[in-house]
Design a protein around this ligand. Structure first.
Ligand code: SF4
Length: 64
């Protein structure tokens, strides 16, 4: 199981993460990312890692 961390102080609300993995990331009313599910199962790991890597300001991390 992996876990996602998002730094709202860094996020600029660009939404790449939500576009790629909206079961895990959504842009909230404040215009910044919310992690809606932070436990990443093995089958979703590559998909969520791609979304994490797509963030242009490196606001997201995934830890094993
Ligand atoms: S891709 Fe990065 S900057 Fe854009 S909403 Fe997601 S965390 Fe924020």
């Amino acid at each position: 199981m992996s876990r996602i961390q998002a730094d709202k102080h860094v996020c600029e609300g660009i939404g790449m993460c939500e576009a790629q993995a909206d079961a895990y990331f959504q842009i909230g009313d404040d215009g910044l990312v919310d992690v809606v599910q932070d436990d990443v199962g093995e089958s979703d790991r590559a998909h969520v890692q791609a979304a994490v890597d797509s963030c242009p300001v490196s606001a997201l991390r995934m830890q094993s």
